[in-house]
Design a protein around this ligand. Structure first.
Ligand code: ADP
Length: 421
């Protein structure tokens, strides 16, 4: 039997967020890194989320990668496709969300597709077609100053119109509150008028479930992970998906390692907590720059620690120290040097029997995943909001928890390992 749901995500952490949401709703989910090749076996799963790096790619590349992902997902039997982008609609006026949505919609022959990036858990809501971040409309939030994708308009209708070839309409909150049939009929009416996208208002999770139910027969849904919350139930009510069950933690033997490259306040707090009890070493950027065998030294040190103890290696530093390092080596070079060491350490220590890895930092996670040669991950149970355990497919024994810097409470590292012990 093929998969039920396929998703195309425009970045890695967004893909994990969506995969985690689907797992919590009782689906068995694999996340692939890029479009899988013929050799990648995803096994018997309900959904596959293909993680692309298309958010910041050139439009033509984003479209071709997305169509390649679509065709692969269709070949796996996916009945419904989610195109996942950021809950703050991160993109430029000639950005990729519209062109990718247009191409996927055309390929699927979808009528009017939902546009709903709302994510109430992180205070992203949509009202009268305007996207809010907490109390503020998007264009007044900190997103107005984002270095790559400054958001200067809050109207999803205008934003989508600027990027897409199609007309864009609105399904207002009142219709959502009237229930799934009302939403379905409203979208049908928009489709009859030839409108290609329906921005749908949503203030809370109940609204998102209504929208998910209404989307039962839609070949394409676009938005954040929130709008996908209601989709698994549609398959369940058709008898295609079993009763919701808690995801199994990966069963992977092996030693425990934390690699922390995030310099966020949350990660630095987690490091401070772990240092109280675990063997810990810091990566010194000057030593990498001087050409010392930092990887060899740290790997030998880690292997020399007591078998039972988790080991923590970090580069994380406070903002002043990071500024100094960046002033000497440049922002990109400093980051790249640390990421290369993190990747090499992960690969070397995994080969030497470290089977359970927690990685802190989005870019750091990307470097580790690519150094480990991970093509696909089976998504397991959630450790903290937005951070699941996962298990490498086709790798050496490997349980991975990839955490973006600011996620998790002060005891996150210990809590993570508790789940897989
Ligand atoms: P976050 O998820 O918090 O943004 P990332 O891993 O995405 O974390 O980004 C952190 C960046 O900072 C990485 O490129 C990492 O290599 C870099 N970095 C980590 N430690 C240092 C340091 N001491 N000096 C300079 N850069 C560092």
């Amino acid at each position: 039997m093929g998969i039920l749901l396929g998703a195309i995500a425009d970045d890695f952490t967004g893909a994990t967020d969506l995969a985690n949401t689907l797992v919590k709703e009782g689906m068995r989910v694999v996340q692939t890194i890029g479009v899988p090749d013929a050799a990648t076996a995803t096994g018997d799963v309900d959904a596959v989320v293909v993680a692309l790096k298309s958010r910041s790619a050139q439009v033509v590349d984003a479209v071709s990668q997305s169509l390649e992902a679509l065709r692969w997902l269709q070949a796996q039997g996916a009945e419904q496709i989610v195109f996942k982008y950021c809950s703050t609609f991160d993109s430029t006026p000639d950005g990729n969300i519209g062109p990718v949505a247009d191409a996927v919609r055309a390929e699927l022959g979808a009528g009017c597709a939902i546009v709903c990036p709302a994510f109430p858990d992180t205070s992203r809501t949509i009202y009268k077609g305007h996207l809010f971040v907490g109390e503020l409309p998007l264009h007044e939030s900190s997103m107005k100053d984002h270095p790559l994708t400054p958001m200067r308009d809050s109207s999803l209708i205008r934003l989508m119109k600027a990027q897409s070839d199609a007309e864009v309409g609105l399904v207002p909150l009142q219709t959502v509150r009237d229930g799934a049939d009302a939403v379905r009929n409203a979208i049908k009416s928009l489709a009859v008028e030839g409108i290609g996208y329906a921005v749908v208002d949503a203030l809370d999770d109940a609204d998102l479930r209504v929208i998910g139910t209404a989307a039962r027969d839609h070949p394409l849904i676009t938005g954040g992970s929130g709008v996908a919350t209601g989709l698994p139930q549609n398959f369940r009510s058709r008898g295609l998906l079993g009763a919701p069950a808690k995801a199994c933690a990966p069963v992977v033997a092996g030693r425990e390692l934390v690699l922390a490259g995030s310099c966020s306040a949350a990660t630095r707090g987690q490091i401070a907590r772990a240092k109280e009890t675990w063997p810990t070493r810091k990566i010194v950027v000057d030593r990498i720059a001087a050409g010392d065998d930092v990887v060899g030294d740290l790997a030998n040190w880690a292997l020399g620690q007591h078998d039972e103890a988790p080991v923590l290696i970090y580069a994380s530093a406070d903002p002043e120290e990071v500024r100094q390092v960046q002033a000497i080596y440049g922002v990109e070079k400093a980051g790249a040097m640390v990421e290369e060491v993190m990747g090499a350490l992960a690969a070397r220590l995994n080969r030497a029997g470290f089977g359970r890895l927690v990685v802190a930092g989005g870019e750091t996670s990307g470097a580790v995943v690519s150094a480990l040669g991970v093509n696909a991950l089976r998504i397991g149970p959630e450790i903290a909001p937005g951070v699941p355990w996962s298990e490498g497919i086709g790798t050496l024994p490997l349980a991975l928890a990839l955490k973006s810097g600011n996620f998790g409470g002060p005891d996150f590292f210990e809590e993570a390992f508790e789940v897989v012990r």
